[in-house]
Design a protein around this ligand. Sequence first.
Ligand code: ZN
Length: 483
Amino acid sequence: MAGTGSRKRARGWVVALVVLIWLMATAALILLADGRTVRFYVYGDEDITLEYGADFHDPGVYAVTVGNLFGESEKHLEIQTLGAVDSRRLGVYVLRYTTRFAFEDYSVERRVTVVDSTPPVIELKHVEGYEPSWMTGYAEEGYSAWDAVDGDLTGKVRRVKLDDRVQYTVTDSNGNTTTVERPLPNISYQPPQITVLGEQNLVMQAALWYDDAGASVSDALGRDLNDYLVTEGNVTPWVSGDYEIRYSITSELGETISAVRNVTVVPVPLPETVTPAEKTIYLTFDDGPSPYTARLLDVLDRYGAKATFFVTSQDPRYYDEIGRAYRAGHAIGVHTSTHDYNKIYASEYAFFEDFFKMEEVIKEQTGDYTRLFRFPGGSSNTVSNFNPGIMSRLTRAMTDLGYRYFDWNVYSGDAGETSKTTQIAKNIKDGCAQQKISIVLQHDIKDYSVAAVESVLEWGRANGYSFKALQLDSPGMHHGVNN
Ligand code: ZN
């Protein structure tokens, strides 16, 4: 019995083993057929773009197993996340999600790109009660610029002043640009108004002085800006011609407003010269009055002859003779006060100053100014050559001022050539005999020249000459100007 029982037990083991092997083989086949693996489910986008500085919340993933025969399991596998995102640093970050199943690692990735697409912020400051003006321009009230990535960008702001606003622009290191504008009050930006005082188109006769009436300027709010007014241009009032005086004001931003006065200087009118019909001798005496002038006036009176005196101030003791001559019907003309060539021909100013000093003496003596004169040395003199062109300028200026200058066409020779009275008288007679109209040059500071006059008057009367005083319309007998 024992033998039978032990065999039975042995056979039972074998069967069990076979069944076990079969079961295992079947299970292995089923597993193989199922082909179980891991499947990830990613929440959100696999590529995320994140703004600089923003909080990053990882949407996460989950993973399950999946097979051909039994599908997905319900159970979520344990996930490990590798990597991290720093939103304070621009760049690309990779998050790796991993899990382990059946002795094998599985993973999936997510890319997070931290970018800066936020432009800087510009903040404009405002000063209470501030009022800009055209003159001073808009004085910046202040601004600041800040960027999340670059920090303070105030120094990089480009500021552009436009007509009615100021524009501020700044760009951060990632190319994000911000522009803001500040509107400006219109009224203060209206340009100032320049008012030309007096006549804007002034026509004046030549004169020694020109006093410009000026201009005034105020801004649109009525504020006085005269301190900033610039006047350019000159009028040479004794030279006829067209002049321009320009008044302008320039703002601190370099904008200029201007107004113009046109000044036209016209010559003081002079009468046309009239050549006397009859034979005429204009006796002229320079450089007096002198101790001999009284005697000369007596002689002229006796003959009823009129003459012309081109006077100086060289001997004020005899100024009275100027008045006496004038009242006797003789003509008085200026010959300058000092007769000092180096002084009077140094400049127009110097000439005028000296000239009009003599005019005052004449006015005192005669009650009136004269408009007749003779240049010391004559208009053709070369003693003024030290000042090139002065005679050209003076002959024109004095004519523009309404003065008539007289040279001569008969020279007595009394200024050094001879001191003989008979020779002087002969020179004069010979000269006058050759022409119908004569202007004779003598000097009444020379007694030997004064002494020749009676003989000349006698000769002239005998030969049908009139002795006349020069007038504004008398022929000038101008020499050519040599300087
Ligand atoms: Zn002289």
